[in-house]
Design a binder for this molecule. Sequence first.
Ligand code: IMP
Ligand code: MG
Length: 179
Amino acid sequence: MKQVTYGGLDFVPYINREQIAARVQELAQEIKRDCGDVNPLFVCVLNGAFAFASDLFRAYENDAEIAFIRLKSYDGTGTTGNVKQIHGLTEDISNRTVIVVEDIIDTGFTMKKLVADLEEKNPKQVKVASLLYKPNSLQCDVKIDYVGFSIPSKFIIGYGLDLDEQARNLPDIYVLKED
Ligand code: IMP
Ligand code: MG
């Protein structure tokens, strides 16, 4: 692995594919242990979580289903500014265990809103699995049940994460290089 450049910015290797794969296996086992035989619905938040969700779902060794949503931003008139709306969830989640699968939680606002919206659909429970988490960036109370890696508040790319839609296809995770 060596340095990569996107949008004129240099990135250096940070978490390699073997580390990611090992952690994803552990998370899948943790979720399985907690879920028992409830046939959970994994909800992948597109676009960023596609790689993680694909690996996590295949590592989950019990009955489960998967669905995909997008969060559609619109200009809110409220004080919170840019509110995000769920787009594309057609499954009936009432009385089901939902595992939200996200790539990264930064300020936490996205996840907070998403969980609140899902809760309105009367699921049995909503759990959150995020591959990455920046604890020092968190600005609201959001419960994260499964975290792959807690990382410093630095910009990262790869394994689904993008810089202006580029770099999602990197198999490893890279961090912005500091001068
Ligand atoms: P939050 O609402 O601030 O938690 O926003 C989370 C979203 O911001 C993620 O789903 C990503 O799309 C994006 N994001 C946050 N940090 C990074 C990063 O380091 N690299 C790429 N995208 C990021
Ligand atoms: Mg995202």
